[in-house]
Design a protein around this ligand. Structure first.
Ligand code: PMP
Length: 386
């Protein structure tokens, strides 16, 4: 019997061996030539993954929340107006972060499982002069995907800085930062990027960097201040070492491996693979009679699924049962619906075998709890999609 369980939560995910091996190498100095080369490479590869050749990449120890914090701290000054388009838990978190730096925040909140219609976003942008518009590409609490291209175009038209929280989308959903006019794409290491937690990753457009340079007040977050980090990123880009805070050396070495694999797979191919995984999982869930939160296929994310429990199922017993079957899933995250649904991550190096094992475990536990479905109908959908 395998002692290791299959980790199918929406981050952290299953990591590749060559990535994990880099976590285990004897830690080199942050000024070691091999590390300098790896860091430099990571900065370039991150821009490739966000499709932003003109952007400025930042790789800093922290989590996705810190990447959000960095965007807000550096772009907002007290009294600036910000608009948050929220599709769940992480949209509301962004609003809180922006307020901490003195932004006057308006929130357009979607109904659970839905997006905010573009017309409504446009109307709101017309109603006052915003400095910044933030949205979550895939909200991990609802598995809802926003149309980043359209929101980017609206942002450009109304001359606001558009910030995309891509923690649950970068390297799993299509993102063309430069082409779509997105000013900040931010993410973290532990999801589709495929590296253990601990890195805040961000690419800022030149427009965003100009807005930062034109600030009148100092950035109220010392650790996250781009004035401290920009010279460091520039130095490593130019294959020179520099110091502000000790970089998480092993994580950055691991990041290089993962970003190389992402680019080698090809961004379009990678997004297609994630799309297929998302479609297959939703079809499988439907076949066994489970409904998902996202209202329709057009706004359903590639990277995770969020199905409702059937009414007679006890959440804790279900999740423990699936765990006993060797698969780890996550509970609900939206406070108002927490006990009504669960979440399945399918990103990074996820493959057909992982999806089969996951739906197989779900089917088994549901069957033994008295849920009516034809055993194997979910797994058949996965097979059909691959
Ligand atoms: N935004 C989104 C969309 C997320 O999914 C998460 C993490 N689940 C975060 C932000 C915060 O990232 P972290 O937990 O790494 O701080």
């Amino acid at each position: 019997m395998k002692s290791r369980k299959l980790l199918m939560i929406p981050g952290p995910i299953e990591f590749e061996n060559d990535v994990l091996q880099r976590m285990a190498i004897p830690t080199p100095s942050h000024v070691d030539p091999d590390f300098i080369a790896a860091f430099s490479n990571c900065l370039k590869l991150l821009k490739d993954v966000c499709q932003s050749p003109s952007g400025q990449a930042f790789i800093v120890a922290g989590t996705g929340t810190f990447a959000m914090d960095m965007a807000a701290a550096n772009l907002i000054e007290s009294g600036d107006k910000a608009l948050v388009v929220s599709t769940g838990y992480f949209g509301l978190r962004f609003a809180e972060i922006l307020k901490r730096y003195g932004a006057e925040v308006d929130i357009l909140e979607a109904q659970v499982g839905d997006i905010v219609p573009m017309e409504q976003i446009e109307q709101q942008l017309q109603s006052k002069t915003y400095k910044l518009l933030a949205f979550t590409h895939v909200d991990t609490s609802t598995a809802v995907l926003n149309d980043a291209k359209q929101i980017g175009a609206l942002g450009k038209k109304h001359k606001v800085l558009t910030v995309l929280d891509g923690v649950c989308s970068v390297a799993g959903e299509d993102i063309k930062q430069d082409e779509w006019g997105i000013d900040v794409v931010l993410t973290a290491s532990q999801k589709a990027i495929g590296v253990p937690p601990g890195l805040a990753l961000l690419v800022a457009s030149q427009n965003a960097m100009r807005a930062f340079e034109q600030r009148k007040s100092p950035v109220a977050n010392y650790y996250g201040d781009w004035a401290n980090w920009l010279p460091i990123m520039k130095a490593y880009e130019n294959k020179q070492a520099s110091y502000f805070g000790t970089p998480p050396v092993n994580l950055i070495m691991a990041l290089e491996k993962s970003l190389q694999a992402i680019v080698k797979e090809g961004l379009d191919q990678r997004v297609d693979r994630h799309q297929r995984a998302g479609k297959a999982m939703r079809a499988a869930l439907k076949a066994i009679g489970l409904e998902v939160l996202s209202k329709n296929e057009d706004i359903a994310s590639n990277t995770l699924s969020a199905p409702y429990y059937p009414s007679q199922i006890d959440p804790a017993t279900f999740l423990q049962g699936v765990n006993k079957e060797g698969v780890v899933l996550a509970g609900g995250l939206l406070p108002e619906l927490k006990s009504k649904y669960f979440r399945i991550g399918h990103m990074g190096s996820v493959n057909k075998g992982d999806l089969l094992a996951t739906i197989g475990a779900i089917e088994t536990v549901l069957k033994s709890s008295g849920h009516r479905h034809e055993l194997g109908s979910g797994t058949a959908e996965i097979l059909k999609h691959f």
